[in-house]
Design a protein around this ligand. Structure first.
Ligand SMILES: [Ca+2]
Ligand SMILES: [Ca+2]
Length: 167
């Protein structure tokens, strides 16, 4: 995990230099305008191999029109650059997994993201087992889904498959 593609982002921390490089990239893709389609971004060779990039870009697309403005993009990358502490990173990782943004990570959401991360490495059956076991182990209030606090405990358990890996 984690070695597919390279965004130049390290553990959620982006340097100013990397931000500037990505902004130049953006401007080239925008061809003089201010809008870039998410799909164009995902096709960039340095991002294409990273299974979490589509989701991170989707989070950045606040009005959900499938395009990013330079300001959205700069905000999103800047936010990654401000994930200094484990708490910051855990909160961001939670948002990546909480696909519908309702404040809980359900087994289906966990499965969808792990499917992206695992690719064909796990069969559907194995993946379902991993998800069921993972949720069971960390769902301390027994409601069948993971709250931010329960998700923290999952991240703290250190399953490398679940770490937010952008590099
Ligand atoms: Ca959710
Ligand atoms: Ca729960």
């Amino acid at each position: 995990m984690g070695n597919t593609g390279s965004t130049g982002l390290q553990d959620g921390v982006v340097s100013k230099k990397e931000l500037e490089r990505l902004q130049r990239r953006f401007l080239r893709l925008a061809k003089g305008g201010d809008l870039v389609a998410l799909a164009d971004f995902q096709a960039l060779p340095e991002l294409a191999g990273n299974p979490l990039v589509p989701r991170v870009l989707q989070l950045a697309d606040k009005d959900r029109d499938g395009h990013l403005r330079l300001a959205d993009f700069t905000d999103a990358v800047g936010e990654l650059g401000r994930l200094y502490t484990d708490d910051d990173r855990a909160a961001f990782t939670f948002r990546v997994y909480d696909l519908d943004g309702d404040g809980y990570v359900t087994p289906a959401e966990l499965e969808a993201t792990l499917r992206r991360l695992a690719g064909q490495a796990l069969s559907a059956e194995q993946l379902a087992e991993v998800v069921a076991a993972t949720v069971a182990a960390h769902d301390s209030d027994g409601d069948g889904r993971l709250s931010p606090r329960e998700f923290r405990s999952l991240l703290a358990a250190g399953n490398p498959k679940l770490r937010l890996s952008l590099h």
